[in-house]
Design a protein around this ligand. Structure first.
Ligand code: 6PG
Length: 249
């Protein structure tokens, strides 16, 4: 494992996807251990976190997580029925949540709402009632850990380059009526200020297909995944195949 860190951003390179899932699971455990009260974890969507989620359901982790005081949220969701294979929360539920977490501790973005905007408003009010205030206070992070992925265009959550949602600073959750990358369905996404209000932001990316976009990110291109930054620690957890050629450890 190699790591390099700039201002509050650290890059950690591991051998392969299995090692990446293991390293992410250990960072999640460390975050939980640092908070003896109610813990809030914001889950990423897409396929990258699947191995991590499945690992959390294994005896090695299931027996270590204090499920009664850990709450699970979504960073973004596709506006599809909850049982649709495209649903991000469906993947997390099948991988570990339904077998391990009390249902009251799982806070999905509801796509039963009339439309994505209504779903966004509902989730924002759920986050605010969980947080106990209508304004984010950097001294009191909303999340202990925010998991994120990165898409081929440099999007993260469902914040796509050039979309108004990237610049949203008032709302915590916003609708994205049209996605320009697969899957081409409307989305609901947390905004950068809500994602930033955390103790740790952990990007997970593995495989050679991520190398091109990560090269652009590490070259400093203005992409949503580069704008996303924790007010605490921001970690890029990559495997060797995803690491940009010009990366200096
Ligand atoms: C989504 C995700 C999205 C994802 C990236 C990477 O709803 O699709 O939130 O931001 O993290 O697109 O996706 P993969 O992990 O599948 O490469």
């Amino acid at each position: 494992m190699t790591s390099s860190s700039q201002a509050a951003t650290q890059v950690i390179a591991v051998a392969d996807p299995a090692a990446l899932a293991q390293a992410a699971a250990e960072r999640l455990m460390a975050r939980i251990a640092k908070n003896s009260g109610r813990v809030a974890i914001c889950l990423s969507g897409g396929s990258s976190p699947k191995q991590l989620f499945e690992l959390l359901a294994t005896e090695a982790y299931r027996s270590r997580i204090p499920w009664d005081r850990v709450h699970w949220f979504s960073g973004d969701e596709r506006f599809v029925p909850a049982d649709d294979p495209l649903s991000n929360i469906r993947m997390a539920r099948l991988a570990f949540l339904d077998r391990c977490a009390p249902s009251a501790n799982v806070h999905p973005i509801s796509t039963a709402a009339a439309n994505p905007l209504e779903a966004a408003r509902q989730y924002e009010s759920e986050l605010k009632s969980f947080y106990g205030a209508g304004e984010l206070d950097p001294a009191r992070p909303l999340f202990d850990l925010v998991l994120l992925g990165i898409g081929p265009d440099g999007h993260t959550a469902s914040l796509f380059p050039g979309y108004p949602a990237v610049a949203e600073t008032r709302h915590w959750v916003i609708d994205v009526p049209k996605a320009h990358v697969e899957p081409f369905v409307p989305r609901i996404t947390l905004t950068l200020p809500a994602l930033a209000c955390c103790r740790e932001m952990l990007f997970e990316a593995s495989g050679s297909a991520k190398r091109a976009i990560l090269t652009r990110v590490f070259d400093g291109e203005d992409l949503p995944a580069n704008r996303a930054r924790s007010q605490g620690e921001t970690i890029w957890l990559l495997d060797k195949a995803a690491l940009p050629e010009n990366f200096r450890a």
